[in-house]
Design a protein around this ligand. Structure first.
Ligand code: ADP
Length: 487
């Protein structure tokens, strides 16, 4: 595997704690494999609760000195790390395609997108201004200052193995927090390579720690119960998010939760249909449908339903499914066989209840065991399981609606509220529908909305807190109020 990298030292099989590479105390390892081929890639040290406690202690020891650095010093280190990530874009993308499966061009895109959060928050470090507030008494002065929250824990998923980490580490480090990261055990190699580059950038020992292990419950148990950890930032599924929120309650930790979505993608009669097709493709099929902001329910007004379905089908039929390193492949594998089976069941349930398969519809076994054909279903209705479940696969179910009110009601008929999208050329409708959608993010005539300058986050059971943008760093600071009396 090392031979595939121009900087072989980026391939790591041990965790990174207190500036050092650490094996499991138990000596245990686990296998990381390629979801495209099933091929074993490497054995990685399998750490647990004991090492997680050591990582938290290392982060605690490093925190005060890190907080005491100037914003400019932190920004300089973060910029160096950002530059090293960009300099090693191909290697990081290679690791990502190998362990996660996404097409190499998409993986390169994620590396750049991920680095952008570090660059952004390097700048934000220098804007953590306090206030001098007009006083409530002649002999007193009222001030605020922003201080880092302390030691932070981050638990991250496999679908964006780099960006979901940098979105948390960038603002945490910029604010003066130190961090312990638990990446998904499906994709530890990207996380460990990021740690190696942070090390090369000169980020001090203990400031950034990565603990890799199979026993998420044990590692998460320490991160959510240790009194030193003052904040948990989690990206993952809603059920695990709820569990972690409950665990954090005992020590009253701050939390940011980026949980599941069930994004509606609404196409109105007055939409530019070609633009809507392109938007749907970008939003639905990126990362083989494995993003929490992927269009999950495509709602199309009856007057354009058939025309939209036909145009979408013409484009989707040209997609090539296969290994992420193969030429022109746009749909890679799903992360594991459980994911493939879940998507297959959702399609079968819809078909059994009357949906039609316009394109695809089955496991793409000729490409490999973990592939699913890019699929379009028509005649899909709200009683089918696919309406209320996050698909996390390359399947586009097309629902039909008649009125704007009906579309908004269908869109909001879910406990989730992360991303939503709609296409319309009518300005009054654009305002009405944007205001009515119960979602943290609304893409209007746009299917790709994630960017470091914009606040990413959800409402309802999709979570709390925002990542990226001028607001993202607020998640990692406390506001201290200072009252000076006796003047
Ligand atoms: P996904 O469907 O994206 O895998 P999960 O919520 O299962 O979503 O996983 C997201 C992250 O949460 C991963 O790093 C996973 O290992 C971790 N995780 C899963 N279960 C737990 C748990 N009980 N405690 C702590 N972390 C967990």
């Amino acid at each position: 595997m090392q031979a595939r990298l121009s900087q072989p030292s980026l391939l790591k099989s041990q965790s990174y704690i207190n500036g050092e590479w650490v094996a499991a105390a138990s000596g245990e390892t686990f296998s990381v494999s390629n979801p495209s081929t099933g091929e074993h890639l490497i054995d990685v040290a399998d750490l647990g609760a004991t090492e997680t406690t050591l990582a938290v202690e290392a982060a605690e020891k490093a925190q005060k000195a890190w907080q005491a650095t100037t914003a400019k010093e932190r920004a300089t280190l973060l910029r160096r790390w950002n530059q090293l990530i960009l300099d090693n874009q191909d290697d990081l993308a290679t690791l990502m395609t190998l362990e996660q499966g996404k097409p190499f061009a998409e993986a390169k895109g994620e590396v750049a997108y991920g680095a952008a959060f570090i660059d952004w928050f390097a700048d934000e470090a220098r804007r953590l201004n306090g206030d001098v507030i007009p006083s409530f008494a002649k002999d007193k002065r009222v001030l605020t200052m922003k201080q880092p929250i302390g030691v932070v824990a981050a638990i991250t998923p496999w679908n964006f193995p780099i960006a979901m980490i940098t979105r948390k580490v960038g603002p945490a480090l910029a604010a003066g927090c130190t961090i312990v990261i638990k990446p998904s055990d499906e994709t530890p190699l990207c996380a460990l390579a990021l740690a190696e580059l942070a090390h090369q950038a000169g980020i001090p020992a203990g400031v950034l720690n990565v603990v890799v292990g199979k026993d998420a419950k044990a590692i998460g148990g320490v991160l959510t119960s240790h009194p030193t950890v003052r904040k948990l930032s989690f990206t993952g599924s809603t059920p695990v998010g709820k569990l972690l929120l409950a665990q954090c309650a005992n020590t009253v930790k701050r939390t940011s939760m980026e949980l599941g979505g069930n994004a509606p993608f609404i196409v109105f009669d007055d939409a530019d249909l070609d633009a809507a097709v392109e938007g749907a493709i970008a939003s639905k099929y990126r990362n083989a449908g494995q993003t929490c902001v992927c269009a999950n329910r495509i709602l199309v007004q009856e007057g354009v339903y058939d025309a939209f379905a036909e145009k979408l089908a013409a484009r989707v039929a040209t997609f090539k499914t296969g290994d992420g390193f193969a030429k022109d492949v746009s749909i890679g594998p799903l992360i594991n066989t459980a994911a493939v089976n879940k998507v297959d069941e959702l399609v079968k349930d819809a078909v059994a209840k009357g949906a039609n398969i316009l394109v695809g519809g089955s496991k793409a076994t000729e490409a490999g065991a973990q592939f699913f054909e890019p699929t379009i279903l028509t005649g899909v209705t709200e009683d089918m399981a696919i309406f209320s479940n996050e698909i996390f696969g390359p399947v586009a179910p097309l629902f039909k609606f008649t009125t704007e009110d009906e579309a908004v009601a269908m869109a909001n008929n879910t406990p989730f509220g992360l991303a939503s999208y709609f296409y319309s050329q009518n300005m009054a409708r654009i305002w009405r529908v944007t205001e009515a959608l119960e979602y943290g993010m609304v893409g209007v005539n746009e299917g790709l909305i994630s960017n470091e300058v914009a606040p990413f986050g959800g409402v309802k059971e999709s979570g709390s807190g925002r990542e990226g943008s001028q607001y993202g760093i607020d998640e990692y600071i406390e506001i201290k109020y200072m009252c000076i009396g006796g003047l």
